[in-house]
Design a protein around this ligand. Structure first.
Ligand code: TYM
Length: 338
């Protein structure tokens, strides 16, 4: 069976970019009987950016409930918290010891943090944490712990996948024979034709840009309020619009069949007002996610039920991680004397 794995950082609530880029394609993949899926809450990664314990706990619950509400079947899929699998940080350390610092110096997120600190007049060496520097290494451990062949992620994560391949190769070269490698080289996949979903202002939809459309939190009202803020030009109803002048149409595309996309663009070209177009977009998104939101709210009211699913997921994940880690410990020379 093909192994597919993906994770989401538990640093806040989710937006439709997370849904389109990762959750929806991952759940689609998981329905294939030839696929074994591993989805997890990246709560160790969350500690890098968030030192607010209550927020991390709330976010874990929200993201677990989102996966389940979006159609994940816990009987078929292994859903777990990263922090429940102690083998993962141990594997991260093993990779820390074989990967080169130079490669990690080139990580986009690290470089951006260094640039931001410098621009703010701070010393980047004092300001950037070891956790942030090692972010891609922990991610490599997440993926390679379960030897995932495919990792559905948005395009912002492609460099991290390259680094995971590097970790796998270095470890294999040092400790394995070519005939019996420990790790397969993972591939990034995205089920969606949209590589990066743009936000309200046309830049990548991201919490750090404050340009997101929330997935479930705040209900339909929050969806409408966010969509009202999508940037468009000032052409009045009746005037022809350029469908490519705004992220509105790209977001519409992510929730529409090809013929609906064309029809919507044609209407804009022949004068549909932006206000009406926004209402159509909200209805289009809500048609898909409205029923999920009802399930989400139901799950949020029953945290014990979600907790039970996560505990069972951790148990299943460790049935794989524990014996594999024994092999890896043996390979690097950490075996017991007995
Ligand atoms: P995170 O939480 O930042 O993002 C979760 C997923 O959502 C995707 N995404 C988007 N996709 C399309 N358009 C957007 N505007 C957009 N914004 C976010 C991200 O690409 C991601 O797939 N490093 C990961 C978490 C992680 C992980 C892993 C993923 C930790 N370990 C192992 C895969 C495998 C991240 O940034 O998540």
């Amino acid at each position: 069976k093909k192994r597919v794995l993906t994770g989401i950082n538990t640093t806040g609530t989710l937006h439709i970019g997370n849904y389109v880029g990762a959750i929806r394609p991952a759940i689609q993949d998981s329905r294939d009987p030839n696929v074994e899926s591993f989805f997890f809450l990246a709560d160790l990664h969350a500690l890098i950016k968030c030192q607010d314990p209550a927020r991390i706990e709330r976010s874990r619950m929200q993201i677990a409930a989102t996966w389940l509400a979006a159609g994940l079947d816990p009987e078929r899929v292994t859903l777990y918290r990263q922090s429940d699998i102690p083998e993962i940080p141990l594997l991260c350390w093993m990779f820390d010891c074989v990967m080169s610092k130079g490669l990690l110096n080139r990580a986009h997120a690290y470089k951006a943090a260094v640039d931001a600190a410098t621009a703010a007049g701070k010393d980047p060496d004092a300001d950037v944490s070891m956790g942030l520097f090692s972010y891609p290494v922990l991610m490599a451990a997440d993926i390679l712990m379960f030897n995932a062949q495919e990792v559905p992620v948005g395009h912002d994560q492609l460099q991290h996948l390259e680094m995971a391949r590097d970790a796998a190769q270095r470890f294999n070269n040092l400790y394995a024979t070519p005939e019996h490698p420990f790790f397969v080289l993972p591939q990034a996949t995205g089920g969606s034709s949209i590589e990066v979903l743009p936000g309200l202002d046309g830049r990548k939809m991201s919490k750090s840009y404050n340009n997101v459309i929330p997935l479930f939190e705040g209900g339909r009202a929050a969806l409408d309020a966010a969509i009202a803020r999508i940037v468009t030009d000032s052409r009045a109803p009746g005037e022809p619009k350029d469908p490519d002048s705004t992220s509105l149409t790209v977001i519409f595309d992510a929730f529409a069949a090809p013929e609906e996309r064309e029809a919507f663009r044609a209407e804009l070209r022949s004068g549909l007002g932006w206000g009406e177009a926004k209402k159509r977009l909200a209805d289009q998104i809500d048609r898909e996610i409205g029923p999920m939101r009802a399930r989400y709210e139901e799950l949020m009211a029953h945290p014990a039920q979600v907790e039970e699913i996560l505990q069972e997921g951790a148990r299943k994940a460790r049935l794989i991680a524990t014996p594999f880690m024994d092999k890896l410990r043996h390979a690097v020379g950490l075996r017991s004397f007995t």
